[in-house]
Each structure stands twice: as structure tokens, then as C-alpha cells.
Ligand binder design. Sequence first.
Ligand SMILES: Nc1nc2c(ncn2[C@@H]2O[C@H](COP(=O)(O)OP(=O)(O)OP(=O)(O)O)[C@@H](O)[C@H]2O)c(=O)[nH]1
Length: 318
Amino acid sequence: MPMVVLQWLEGHHLLTVFLSLLCLNAVAVMSFLHFRGSYFLKGRLFPLLAIISAVYSTSINGHIGVYWAYPITTVLFFLLPMREALTSNVIFLLLMAGVAFITFPEANAWRISFSLILTCLFAMVFARLVGKIQRELVRLATTDPLTGCLNRSQLADLLNNQIQLRERYERVSSLVLIDLDFFKAINDQWGHLAGDKILKEMVARIRERLRETDQLFRIGGEEFMILLPETRLKDAEHLANQLLLTIRSKPFFSDILVTASFSVAEVCRGETWSVWLNRADQALYEAKTKGRNRVEIAPKSPSMAPMDSGHLPTPTTR
Ligand SMILES: Nc1nc2c(ncn2[C@@H]2O[C@H](COP(=O)(O)OP(=O)(O)OP(=O)(O)O)[C@@H](O)[C@H]2O)c(=O)[nH]1
């Protein structure tokens, strides 16, 4: 904003307009982010105005305009997707080089162009590194390091998504809980490392049977959950029975026979994710108490309307 006043006082009215638009855009971005949580131009107006202002300022103010080119070339990589940032930077650097050769002695124009290219390259490498580290952090925070399954961090959100689909569009999904039987005894007999290997191999066997859209979570030491979107109870039960066979039919390395208990629960209208998961948990407990190595179906809670009851859904406002 001080620049707006300064340029106005110096009689650079067109530049004053560009800088004023930059300020207004900043206010719009902050307001949208504060009140709506997103900005419809997704950071695109700022680079455009900044590029125009810096190029025009260089052409009328000389080296004073050049000073702004360095932060702009850097910030483009943090505001725009990589391809757009690169394209905008190429256009920006070409414009700046053109203006520099018209405005400054040739030696200085070369210096400005090369230093801008170097700044752009460093900013690109830095932005890529930051992006890579960010992706890795997200991966570490959301997956289990031993098995590569999702951990509990996103469990509530992903179950809630399925509940929303159930409530709004009558889309039905199911979940399967899996708990290895007598895993403590396996650890005691064969050692913890063998236990770890069994967990990994079991996950590999489960994954072979899953669809791309299914999500496998490790929700406890030897307890896993599979979220099956668009899957009815009957189909989820069929899958659970197949997984039961997959685990128990072939011994794990060194001839270790392992069995697992399963429970299956289809989401009911009106229930929360924790009630849904709790029903599955109760059924898993049943499977354990009835002798393990079996699949137990979670009964629909009496207050919840089942999907196949023939009733029309009541629209909800959630
Ligand atoms: N190797 C290994 N063992 C684990 C891991 N996480 C938990 N465990 C073990 O899993 C065992 C679970 O024991 P329990 O909860 O008694 O269950 P269980 O022996 O399978 O008995 P049931 O579930 O009743 O059939 C414990 O011994 C834990 O130490 C892990 O990451 N690796």
C-alpha cells in the first residue's frame, strides 16, 4: 500500500492502478479464505498482476522495478501448480529480459537476466523439495509403517464419508473387521519378528482380494478393518469368508498356521461412524467367544432402518 501512494505521488498512474488491484486482490483472498475457506481464483490473479506490475515498473522506474522481480519469480512456485508456475516464470523472465535489454546497458541486462534465471531455478528446486517432504509427511502420518495399511488417523473421516453417501444418496457400504487368533501365542512361540512377518504377509494376501476402491486399515496390533464402499452385507460376508479361507488355508512361512476371526457390518441409516464400528466390534467379540476362525454378522440395530427394508429414505439435512 505504501507503494501505491508513492507511485501516485510520482505521477505513475497506470502503475498505481496495478498496485491498487494487487492490494484489493490481497483483501479479497484474505476475506474469501476467512469466510469461505477457499478462493475461487486459486491464487491466479496475484501472479498475473505481480508480473504486469514488475515488468511495467521496470520499464518506467528502471532498477527499482527489478528488485520486485526476485520475490515474484520465487512466490510463483508456491502459489501455482508446478506446470503453471514454470510457464508463468518463463513468460515473466522473457518479458523481464526484453525490458532489461531495452532499459539498461547490455552488460547489466545480461546480469539481471541470469540472476533472475538462477533465482527461478533455485526456487523451483526448493518448491519441489518442500512438496516432496510434505507428501512424505502425509504418508507417514496416515499409514502404518509395518504393513503400509492406513492407520486410524483418517478412519473417522472416511467412515463419515460413507455415512454421508448412505444418508444422501442411499449408497450402501460395509466394513469388515479382522482379528488374528491367538497372536500372542504365535509371538511367544516364534518371536516378535516372525509375528511382524505374518502381519505383513497377511496384509499382502488380503490386498490381493481387494478392489482399488476398498481401503485397508490397521486399527490395532493384530486388528484390521476393511472399508468396502458400494458393498452390501451379503457381498461383504462373501468377501470375509474368502479372506478367512485365504488366511487359514496356506501356512505362513516356516509352516505357521494362522486363523483369524471376522465380523461384517453394513451401515444403517441414521447411525454415526462410531455406532457402526461398535456394532462390528461387538460382532467380532461374538466371533471370538464362539470359538474364533469364523465370520460373524453384526445385527442391524433395532432403531436403525436397514437398507433393504423397502422404506423410502427420509431426506436429511446433514
Ligand atoms: N509381532 C507383532 N506383534 C504384535 C504387534 N502388535 C501387537 N502385537 C501382539 O499381538 C498380541 C495380541 O494379543 P491378544 O490381544 O491377547 O490377542 P490374541 O493373542 O490374538 O488373542 P485373541 O485375539 O483373543 O484370539 C500381543 O501379544 C501383542 O504384543 C506387532 O506389530 N507385531
